[in-house]
Design a protein around this ligand. Structure first.
Ligand SMILES: *Cc1c(COP(=O)(O)O)cnc(C)c1O
Length: 225
């Protein structure tokens, strides 16, 4: 694709998603300014990302620390206002790298990771906002703490001084996600948390209707991976 064409396609895709967010927010009588669109750029290289930055996108999500380290320092040097979100499972031994690189971490899901992140934050004096990921559909293969473990994990995070902004979840694939979004919203309310990271390409409008403050959209912006 020619550069102009790629630029136009990126701007159109972004406008469509922003339009969807605005429609859903209006339906729920919310201000769409309260919804952050995170462009999940995993597997896509700088050539694919640059047109979206040119279109005005600033929040981006990655799911692997090494991939993000390879891609983002150069792009960020050009655009210092970029906000980088970690949306993937995080090993505790990557906590230092994650705290150094990311502005927001959406995948805090166990006490050992809380401890590792808190140490890294103390050492570096950088404080990325953290979301606790909940395994909302209780699926064996998925990341996230169980609903039963959530109160204790939040307590551990608070004690460790981790800046907890809210809850994150990925509902089960291929079934109606609304009940899971509603449940995550209730859990956040019960714990006095404002942030709700939920909704992907197929269901971000539903998520916004049910209170999402952060939607994580890959395919609808970049095309398929
Ligand atoms: C890949 C990914 C997304 C984006 O998914 P799409 O369906 O491509 O929009 C969102 N959240 C997480 C945690 C992801 O890993």
């Amino acid at each position: 694709m020619a550069i102009d064409e790629a630029g136009e396609a990126a701007a159109e895709a972004r406008a469509a998603v922003i339009g969807g967010i605005a429609r859903a927010a209006k339906l729920a009588q919310r201000d769409s300014a309260g919804v952050t669109l995170i462009a999940v750029s995993k597997t896509h290289d700088a050539t694919a990302i640059a047109p979206l930055i040119a279109a005005g996108q600033r929040d981006f999500g990655e799911n692997r620390v090494a991939e993000a380290q390879a891609k983002w320092p150069d792009l960020r040097a050009l655009h210092p206002d970029i906000v980088l979100h970690c949306v993937g499972q995080l090993q505790s031994n990557k906590a230092d790298d994650a705290v150094a690189l990311f502005d927001v971490i959406h995948s805090v899901d166990r006490p050992s990771l809380v401890t590792a992140l808190a140490k890294a934050i103390d050492r570096q004096g950088r404080r990325p906002d953290c979301f606790v990921q909940v395994n909302i559909g209780d699926e064996a293969q998925k990341g996230g703490c169980t609903i039963a473990d959530l109160p204790k994990l939040l307590e551990t995070a608070r004690t460790a001084g981790l800046p907890i902004a809210g809850l994150m979840a990925v509902p089960p694939f291929d079934i109606e996600p609304a009940p899971y979004f509603a449940l995550l919203a209730k859990l956040a309310r019960d714990h006095g948390l404002q942030g709700l990271s939920m909704g992907m390409s197929g269901d971000y409008e539903t998520a916004v209707t049910l209170g999402a403050t952060h939607v994580r959209v890959g395919t609808a912006l970049f095309g398929s991976r």
